[in-house]
Design a protein around this ligand. Structure first.
Ligand SMILES: *Cc1c(COP(=O)(O)O)cnc(C)c1O
Length: 220
């Protein structure tokens, strides 16, 4: 199936209210343009310099999302244009995003990345850490950051019960944070990728990040 037909199929089958982020990291501009021609406008990347280069080279109405781990010294590459940062995983990173957004006269939307997977390597806050940080009230000083919701990655496993439990846990964190600290504008629950997006959607995801299903398997 072509990239265009994959996009069309996802547009047809994802429930209403679920936003598709086409994860284009490592894929060339030509592949992105194929998805673009099928109507896709939101693309996700995981490396800041690659994201900035693609933003330069590709149509201006593409909405770029940063989905990968972000080092503070690289925020500057994407701050002028990024639409949503899914991977806000520390107070220091949030402060840097705030500063870089201010320099660019912008407010940047972010998702708080919560760690639920069993793998040690995954980034993100535990719910307890996040609750402490938000409870301290420090986040209210970040005038150029808008908190839009939560992002999470489930364990990479065939055991669908584990995946289901982790997505349920993320959905519960999202609801609690929204209730305890934020309001209606905290509205985005980003979870689900190629291997597990139907489970994520069943657990309440309203933003899925899909790469290899659309573009084919990555070679790294
Ligand atoms: C690469 C990546 C995806 C997409 O993964 P696929 O398995 O190709 O769909 C989603 N989310 C994050 C954070 C990623 O790094």
């Amino acid at each position: 199936m072509s990239i265009e037909s994959k996009i069309h199929e996802l547009q047809r089958t994802l429930p209403e209210g679920v936003t598709l982020v086409a994860v284009s990291k490592t894929y060339p501009a030509e592949d992105i343009l194929q998805a673009y021609r099928a109507g896709q406008r939101i693309f996700g990347e995981s490396r800041p310099q690659e994201l900035a280069a693609k933003h330069e080279a590709l149509p201006a109405d593409i909405r770029w999302h940063m989905i990968g781990h972000l080092q503070t010294n690289k925020v500057k590459y994407i701050a002028p244009f990024v639409e949503l940062i899914h991977s806000a995983d520390s107070a220091r990173l949030l402060e840097t995003i705030d500063r870089e957004a201010a320099k660019n006269g912008r407010t940047i939307d972010v998702l708080l990345e919560i760690h639920v997977a069993r793998e040690e390597s995954k980034h993100g806050w535990s719910y307890a850490e996040l609750n402490d940080y938000l409870g301290s009230g420090a986040y209210r000083r970040l005038e150029h950051v808008r908190f839009r919701g939560v992002m999470g990655i489930a364990t990479n496993t065939d055991d669908m019960q584990t995946v289901h439990d982790e997505f349920t846990q993320l959905a519960r964190c999202f609801d609690r944070l929204r209730h305890d600290f934020f309001s209606e504008s905290f509205d985005t629950l980003s979870m689900g990728m190629t291997s597990d997006y139907p489970q994520a959607v069943a657990c309440g995801s309203n933003m899925v990040r899909i790469g290899s299903y659309i573009f084919g398997s990555r070679s790294y």
